[in-house]
Design a protein around this ligand. Structure first.
Ligand SMILES: *Cc1c(COP(=O)(O)O)cnc(C)c1O
Length: 357
């Protein structure tokens, strides 16, 4: 089809976008995407397969995902005063929430932050506004409050811990932002399994607060399941635009199964957190590297000025795939991000890095 026809068919915002790129990771030690390196232990996997035998693939899934809902509430400590909405990954929930806003609404998030907030805003023609973090990756509270006052955002996203910086923002700063905002504030707790910090217990204190989580970073990235929790009157509106069967049968059954074996994932996340301390110490012991404390399952680190691209490529040539954030510029200039893997993967990464610095 001719270019001129294409450009008449689609909205200008879409034409200007580029698709979300995922690096081809085949054959690499894969430390680029915040996945849990462990799969299910063999005996748990056998039990899971046994359970799946009875799965009714011929039927539509339970549109309300009743059983899965119940165990998500239990595991995450979500009280009866709040409703939850499930999404095909929390990415879908972000999209759903933004789709419900009046056109042209302002959406605010600190930067550097999770790129999907901006990406989805652009695809929907919303007015995305990023507010720069301080140099130490803390929230610039004055700038956030000024942006709230001036732009009256309909939605504010705060990733807690933040991706790609790994830190937890100050909880009192977040409370001030929630209180200053007439719009919704979404605390994105994708890395909650590694963080030991949450706003779930504060849901009752703020009418405009929503907390979003995902099973992806816990160890089930392949399933695509996220959820958001908040006041029933808010979740009820979002539920109207959710496609009725957005959580498929296999995901519902598997997530339910996995959450009844939650201790498996707790053991894995503890091992990852122990490795995180070791990798952080090893990175900071290297000359020419500054690594930042992380409450997530990855570590952001800075290389000497102008070296990040070469270091990234050098690691890749040695079979280790991490994420190069330096091209994003600003506070991320010279920065790389490594996901915490198994001990031997981390050793391979550190060994390769020493050679490439
Ligand atoms: C990974 C990530 C998500 C997306 O999670 P999915 O449930 O896999 O879509 C959301 N927010 C942040 C901050 C993330 O890093």
């Amino acid at each position: 089809m001719q270019k001129s026809v294409i450009s008449r068919l689609f909205r200008p915002q879409i034409l200007e976008m580029s698709a979300y790129k995922v690096a081809d990771a085949k054959g690499f030690i894969k430390l680029d995407a915040m996945e849990n390196p462990y799969n299910l232990p063999d005996e748990v996997a056998s039990e899971w397969l046994e359970m799946l035998k009875d799965c009714e693939l011929n039927r539509y899934p339970d549109p309300a995902a009743t059983e899965l809902n119940a165990i998500i509430r239990e595991v995450n400590g979500i009280g009866d005063d709040f409703d939850i909405l499930l999404g095909n990954g929390s990415d879908e929930i972000i999209q759903l929430l933004l789709m419900a806003l009046p056109s042209g609404s302002c959406v605010l998030a600190p930067e550097p932050g999770f790129v999907m907030y901006r990406q989805i805003c652009l695809s929907l023609g919303l007015d995305y506004h990023g507010v720069a973090l301080n140099d130490d990756f803390s929230l610039n509270l004055d700038a956030m409050l000024a942006a709230i006052e001036n732009r009256q955002p309909a939605v504010i996203f705060l990733a807690y811990p933040n991706n790609p910086t790994g830190n937890l923002f100050d909880a009192d700063d977040i409370r001030q932002i929630i209180e200053a905002s007439d719009g919704l504030v979404i605390i994105d707790e994708a890395y909650a399994p590694f963080a030991n910090a949450s706003f779930i217990e504060e849901l009752g204190r703020h009418e405009n607060l929503l907390v979003m989580r995902t099973l992806s970073k816990l160890g089930l990235a392949g399933l695509r399941l996220g959820f958001i929790s908040g006041r029933p009157e808010i979740i009820g509106e979002l539920d109207k635009i959710r496609l009725p069967y957005n959580i498929n049968v296999l995901t519902q059954e598997t997530a339910h199964f996995a959450l009844t074996h939650y201790q498996v994932f707790e053991r894995q996340t503890q091992a990852i957190c122990a490795q995180r301390s070791e990798v952080l110490a090893a990175l900071n012991a290297m000359r020419g590297v500054k690594a930042y404390e992380s409450a997530a399952n990855f570590i952001l680190f800075r290389t000497e000025s102008g070296k990040a691209d070469a270091v990234f490529q050098g690691l890749k040539d040695r079979g280790v795939l991490i994420k190069n954030l330096s091209p994003q510029g600003g506070l991320l200039s010279d920065c790389l991000r490594v996901t915490i893997g198994m001990a031997e993967e981390n050793r391979a990464f550190l060994g390769a890095l020493v050679e490439e610095l």
